[in-house]
Write a protein that binds this ligand. Sequence first.
Ligand SMILES: [Fe+2]
Ligand SMILES: [Fe+2]
Length: 220
Amino acid sequence: MFAPAHASRPVPDAPPPVTTATEAGTAPLEVNAAMRAPAGTPSSAGSAPLSNEERRKSASLMRVNHAGEVAAQALYHGQALVSRSPSTRDMLLHAAREEADHLAWCETRLKELDSRPSLLNPLWYCGSFAIGALAAAAGDRTSLGFVVETERQVEGHINEHLTRLPAEDARSRAILNVMRTDEIGHGATAKAAGASELPAPVRVLMRNAARVMTTAAYWI
Ligand SMILES: [Fe+2]
Ligand SMILES: [Fe+2]
């Protein structure tokens, strides 16, 4: 939780920008980012320079996504620990590894944006781990249903962020698009494995819990 995240796949990169922004007031963000990027990280040449205000907005949204990935990993780890069948456990751990990629990509992007992860990440991890374990204690089919609902809600968050990101931030958008594809895959795999539909009150509870986390992580 406190060490840098490591990705098994490179950070998704954006296509080259159509125009080069040179207006006064834009931060030389991407030059600095390329200098700081760890070895093996593709260049962020796909993003045009962002103004300070755009950079702050992108950072806040990517901090929310980073916190979401901390929570996603914790949910999967908690569920895997309590899962009944080896096949369910393998599926959960495979998804958790992809969430680790997402976490590392968001962490890289936050650094590029001169920002930081949520200070409340330990809270998101511990709370989500407990919730994941609790969901799995209800049985594998319920646990898989929890995955389906979680990923459905994450997809909704990503869709919303794709509309809220500054238009110039193609780099963050490229990352979110690949994450979105993976999240849809996680939900579909869980559904195909026999997920049961969660009761409506549980889905509402999950949505409210996610709202608390995303609102807090935007600022803190
Ligand atoms: Fe994810
Ligand atoms: Fe996922």
